[in-house]
Write a protein that binds this ligand. Structure first.
Ligand code: C2O
Ligand code: CU
Ligand code: CU
Length: 463
C-alpha cells in the first residue's frame, strides 16, 4: 500500500487531534527548554574486548542515552533516521496521544532513510519506561536501539543513588561481530537467545553506591527474547514499582526459588539498602540454565550513611482510572500457533520470512497491511481481557497507550498491580482489567520480538 493511500484510508488525520482526557492538558505547566534531537544511526562499540560493528544507536559510539522527562512537562523529540532502513520510535508504557505512539501504519507513516519525525507529548505518569523502534524492530533492537526513559516526579522519595539498568543480550560470535539475529527454530519456540548478556552495555559492571545508602535500581528488560529471573542475595530491599507504576499490591522480595520474573518489555523499580561496610558487594543475579549469573554489582563505598528503607517517602501515585468491575465486559484472546495458510508477515517494516503465531487464530499479516482491530472498546468503559496462552512457550503480552491490572490466573496468585505487559506463562490464562480511557488504535502484541514479527500482533481500537 502506498503512503498516501494509507493516510487516506486510516482515519489518521481524524485521530490526530485527540488527547488523553483533561488530565494531561491541566498538567502541562511548563515546556522543555528545546526539542531533543535524536538521530538513529549506525554505531560501533566494544561490548567485549573487541569493537562490534553494525550496531544501531543514537550516537556513533555510545548506548542510547537514558532520557529523563518530567511528569506534566511537554517533551519534544526531533527524530532523524540515519539508519539504512525504515523506522519509527515508540515510547513503551507511556500513556500518551495515539498519534505520538510510533507504530507504523496504525499511528504514523514509518520514516524512510533521511526522514525526520517530530514527536511531542506530555507524560502524565512518573516512573521507569523505555523507548525502542517499532519498525524493523527485530533488526534495530537486536543491533542496540533500546533505551531507558524515566519520567521524574516533583517529589523525591529520598534515594541516595538512582541507577537505571538496561538489561539486554547480544547475538555475537567469537569475533564479537553479529551472528544471525534470529532463527526460524527460535522464532517458532521461545525466541533466539543472545550470546552475551549485558547491563547498560557492559558485562557484569560494578557500580559504586554509598555504604548504608538507599539505591533505586530501575530495571528495564529490553531484550528481544530473554525472560529474566532476578534476585539479589543478601540484599535488603523492596519492589516499589512495576512497569513504571508504584506497587499497590505488595510483591515479595525476590529469592532464588521465587525470583522476580521480568519478561521482555517489563520494568521493576527496586529500593535497596546498601550494606554498611565499605567494599561490601551486592550482585543482581539471573537464575538460568547452568546456574545463576551476575548481571551487575553494587559496591558500598564511603562512610556508612545509616539510612533505612523506612526513611523513604512513598512514590507519588499516578492518576489511573478506577475500573468498574460490576459493569465490565469480558473479551477473550487466545495466543497460539498460526493457521497453516497464514501469509508471511511483510511490509516496509521488515519480515522474518515466516509466520508461526497468531492472536485469535489470525496471524498479523505485516505492518503495512490494513487489518481489522481485534476488538473495539468504548471509551470510558471497563473491560476484562481474558488472555489465554494455548502454547508451550511464555508470552509477555503488551498493550500500548493504556495499563491493565491482572486479577486472576489459572496457574498462580497474581499481584494486582498496574502493568503494560503481562507475563503469560505457558498454558496460562490470565484475566486483566482495563479502563478504555485513551482513544485510538493501540498495538497489542507479544514482546518476544520474534513472536511479534511472525504473527503474534494485533491492535485494540478505543472509540
Ligand atoms: Cu515495547 Cu509495541 O512495544
Ligand atoms: Cu509499547
Ligand atoms: Cu510470544
Amino acid at each position: 500500500m502506498k503512503r498516501r493511500q494509507f493516510l487516506a484510508t486510516s482515519g489518521l488525520a481524524a485521530l490526530g487531534a485527540t488527547t488523553l482526557g483533561l488530565g494531561v492538558a491541566s498538567l502541562a505547566r511548563k515546556a522543555q527548554a528545546a526539542p531533543m534531537a535524536m538521530t538513529i544511526q549506525p554505531a560501533r562499540y566494544a561490548l567485549e574486548g573487541t569493537v562490534t560493528e553494525g550496531m544501531i544507536s543514537l550516537s556513533p559510539d555510545a548506548p542510547p542515552p537514558v532520557l529523563r522527562l518530567r511528569r506534566g512537562v511537554e517533551f519534544v523529540a526531533e527524530v532523524t533516521n540515519q539508519a539504512e532502513d525504515y523506522t519509527a520510535m515508540h515510547w513503551h508504557g507511556l500513556r500518551i496521544r495515539n498519534d505520538m505512539d510510533g507504530v507504523p501504519y496504525l499511528t504514523q507513516v514509518p520514516m524512510g532513510p533521511g526522514d525526520r519525525y517530530r514527536y511531542a507529548f506530555t507524560p502524565m505518569d512518573a516512573g521507569t519506561f523505555w523507548y525502542h523502534p517499532h519498525c524493523n524492530t527485530m533488526d534495530q533492537m537486536a543491533r542496540g536501539l533500546t533505551g531507558v526513559l524515566i519520567v521524574e516526579d516533583d517529589e523525591d522519595p529520598g534515594f541516595d543513588l538512582d541507577l537505571p539498568v538496561n538489561l539486554r543480550d547480544w547475538r555475537l560470535g567469537d569475533d564479537s561481530q553479529f551472528i544471525d539475529l534470529y532463527t526460524a527454530r527460535g522464532a517458532a519456540r521461545a525466541g533466539t537467545f543472545g550470546t552475551v548478556m549485558t547491563a547498560n552495555w557492559a558485562q557484569d559492571p560494578i557500580y559504586d553506591a554509598p555504604a548504608g545508602g538507599l539505591v533505586r535500581l530501575r530495571l528495564a528488560a529490553t531484550d528481544t527474547t530473554r525472560v529474566y529471573r532476578l534476585h539479589l542475595p543478601g540484599a535488603e530491599g523492596r519492589v516499589i514499582a512495576l512497569d513504571g507504576h508504584p506497587v499497590i499490591d505488595p510483591v515479595g522480595w525476590p529469592a532464588p526459588d521465587a525470583p522476580l520474573i521480568l519478561g521482555p518489555g517489563q520494568r521493576a523499580d527496586l529500593a535497596i539498602r546498601m550494606p554498611a561496610g565499605e567494599g561490601a558487594e551486592l550482585a543482581l543475579l539471573n537464575e538460568q540454565p547452568g546456574g545463576p549469573r551476575s548481571l551487575l554489582r553494587l559496591r558500598a563505598t564511603g562512610e556508612d550513611l545509616g539510612h533505612a528503607l523506612d526513611d523513604l517517602r512513598p512514590l507519588t501515585a499516578n492518576a489511573l482510572p478506577e475500573p468498574d468491575l460490576d459493569n465490565a465486559e469480558l473479551i477473550e484472546f487466545v495466543f497460539g500457533w498460526s493457521p497453516d495458510d497464514a501469509p508471511v508477515n511483510n511490509g516496509f517494516c521488515g519480515t522474518l520470512g515466516y509466520t508461526f503465531w497468531s492472536i485469535n487464530r489470525e496471524a498479523w499479516p505485516g505492518d503495512a497491511s490494513a487489518s481489522d482491530p481485534l476488538a473495539v472498546l468504548e471509551r470510558g468503559r471497563t473491560y476484562i481481557l481474558r488472555l489465554r496462552n494455548e502454547s508451550p512457550n511464555d508470552h509477555p503480552i503488551h498493550l500500548h497507550g493504556m495499563v491493565f491490572k491482572p486479577i486472576a490466573s489459572n496457574r498462580r496468585e497474581v499481584a494486582q498491580n498496574w502493568l503494560d505487559t503481562a507475563m503469560l506463562l505457558e498454558e496460562e490464562t490470565m484475566d486483566v482489567v482495563l479502563v478504555a480511557d485513551n482513544p485510538g488504535d493501540w498495538a497489542f502484541h507479544c514482546h518476544v520480538i520474534e513472536h511479534q514479527k511472525t504473527g503474534l500482533t494485533g491492535y485494540l481500537r478505543v472509540t
